[in-house]
Design a protein around this ligand. Structure first.
Ligand SMILES: Nc1ncnc2c1ncn2[C@@H]1O[C@H](COP(=O)(O)OP(=O)(O)OP(=O)(O)O)[C@@H](O)[C@H]1O
Ligand SMILES: [Mg+2]
Length: 161
């Protein structure tokens, strides 16, 4: 099977990252598992914050660096924001009861998914953030054609801005 083509979006400043998050909030199906990858400071938490605000959360979004996961109850569904940077061993996720988070009414946004290895389900969407000069670039990959098409449309719209 050949890999689906990815979609790339230039994010010259933090406002652009916030705009992408807001757009993703309207595109993500329920349930969704989203992997957020990229080096320290690439903008994973910034993007997460914008997705959460786009989904209707109005308060703070703090980085769950030490708690590993931060839950958000948004009415009829939940968002779980994971930051697995400090996970010493994927087995720790078993103690966290990791499977219970991936339910039918959950959107799971996972920073540093590499650290969770095979204990995580495969993602519906992967957002890879790369540092480009003083800005960033997002590379988006989804297995499902429908989501990929929506992302392509989004990238085309952004290119026209
Ligand atoms: N498109 C962008 N252009 C320039 N700076 C950005 C952009 N998006 C986010 N930033 C900035 O990058 C910095 C780090 O962002 P953030 O904390 O979201 O990174 P992170 O990927 O979550 O890092 P970590 O791996 O440490 O959790 C913030 O100061 C944020 O303002
Ligand atoms: Mg972060």
């Amino acid at each position: 099977m050949s890999a689906a083509e990815d979609v790339q979006i230039a994010l010259p400043d933090e406002t652009a990252t916030a705009g992408l998050g807001k757009a993703l909030a309207t595109l993500l199906p329920l349930p969704s598992v989203v992997f957020l990858t990229g080096q320290l400071g690439a903008g994973k938490t910034t993007l997460t914050r914008a997705i959460l605000h786009g989904l209707g959360h109005s308060g703070n979004v703090k980085s769950p660096t030490y708690t590993l996961v931060e839950p958000y109850a948004l009415g009829s569904f939940s968002v779980f924001h994971f930051d697995l940077y400090r996970l010493a061993d994927p087995e720790e996720l078993e103690y966290l009861g990791i499977r219970d988070y991936f339910h039918e009414r959950a959107i799971c946004l996972i920073e540093w998914p590499e650290r969770g290895a095979e204990l995580l389900p495969s993602p519906d969407l992967t957002v890879r953030l790369q540092v480009v000069g003083t800005g960033r670039k997002a590379i988006l990959m989804a297995d499902k054609v429908e989501l990929m098409n929506r992302l392509s449309t989004l990238a085309a719209e952004q290119a026209l801005d």
